[in-house]
Design a protein around this ligand. Structure first.
Ligand code: AMP
Length: 216
């Protein structure tokens, strides 16, 4: 199964991808996570993209296409993968098609998560994660069971993404509507698009996604 999760920042792509990972054992390929890891490791790519991520703009197509192309050649992607946050432009979508065609494989489905802007800003502004294992929490929607202790790994260190603030979010949403939302039509025309109501409860969204995957 090779699927793409499409949607604006804060739509729940990462959360739902994690659930698909757990249920189906597919690797989650998040370009945002890969870029943040490169920044943390201070690689050449990391140094080049740091300011771009902080501003909420998009990293150049060449950089992300090269990262994904290398990643999907890894053995753990042989039986499928979840693309989370990629493709984000029409150039990236065409490159994805070319990458898959070169391997003789097809895209299974593109799942679009629909959430309104007000809710996206609310979700992103309250988002934080465990500094050790990356589990994601929210100030009001999803707190750890024991205050200040990660449910998953027990760490007491948490962090917030520098781009998860209302100001940068305005830029990220603008970029989404201009550069990424055209992919909705692109995949609809190819008969690959399925949309789910991302405003619903997290578990309900998961059930909607599972129903789509069961139909493949
Ligand atoms: P995300 O974690 O998906 O919200 O991505 C965080 C940031 O990483 C974005 O605001 C972009 O600056 C960059 N980024 C992630 N994925 C891509 C992509 N496919 N194309 C360009 N930039 C990306």
């Amino acid at each position: 199964m090779r699927l793409i999760l499409l949607g604006p920042p804060g739509a729940g792509k990462g959360t739902q991808a994690q659930r698909i990972v757990e249920k189906h054992g597919l690797p989650q390929l998040s370009t945002g996570d890969m870029l943040r890891a490169a920044i943390l490791a201070e690689t050449e790519v990391g140094k080049r993209v740091k300011a771009v991520l902080d501003s909420g703009k998009l990293v150049s197509d060449d950089i992300v296409i090269a990262i994904v192309s290398e990643r999907i050649d890894q053995p753990d992607c042989a039986n499928g993968f979840i693309l989370d946050g990629f493709p984000r432009t029409l150039v990236q979508a065409d490159a994805t098609e070319a990458m898959l065609a070169a391997k003789g494989i097809d895209l299974s489905v593109v799942i679009e998560l629909r959430v309104n802007d007000k809710e996206l800003v609310r979700r992103v502004s309250g988002r934080y994660s465990c500094a050790s294992c990356g589990s994601v929490y929210h100030d009001t929607d999803h707190k750890p069971g024991v205050e200040g202790v990660c449910d998953k790994c027990g760490s007491t260190h948490f962090k917030r993404r520098p781009d998860d603030n209302a100001e940068t979010m305005t830029q990220r949403l603008e970029v989404y509507y201009k550069e990424t939302s055209p992919l909705i039509g692109y995949y609809y025309a190819k008969g690959k698009l399925k949309s789910v109501d991302g405003m619903a409860e997290m578990d309900v969204v998961t059930s909607q996604i599972e129903a789509i995957l069961a139909d493949l």
